[in-house]
Design a protein. Sequence first.
Length: 163
Amino acid sequence: MDKRIDIIKGVHPGKLMERDLKKRGMSQRTLSEWTNIPYQTINAILSGKRNLTTKQAVDIEHELGYEEGFLLILQAFHEIKSMKEKELANQFPDKPNIRRILFWDIDFDRINWGAYKNAVVKRVLERGSTKEIDEIKRFYRLSEAEWKSYKEMVKQESHDVAL
């Protein structure tokens, strides 16, 4: 079990259950009937909108053949990941003053600036103006040593892609 947990650590258990139900050709209604857990609850768990209780986890583990405690351990790691992401988001509650178009492929208003700091810095380095680069340095309070390491990382990645 340890290796499987390491691979999927942080994933909501509902996502794993949903995948396994599809593999087995089993419906949410069938799982609901077998476990005596209301269909709406199963649906909310599978969509990641609701966490598992201990009783639900044990019942589902039994029906789907998971090792006892597996879903609860996965749930705990998901909650830890969510807590850390919230802490990172709280470190940078404001947005940097950069063009939204730099992040055309995602919802600019929903970016977790703390959790995705490396990706943000790299994107601005690759596509931003001098003014935006200065803003990102200020926003993240980057030292010259940190800034230099980001520049080297981007330079190395662009070199690797060119090869």
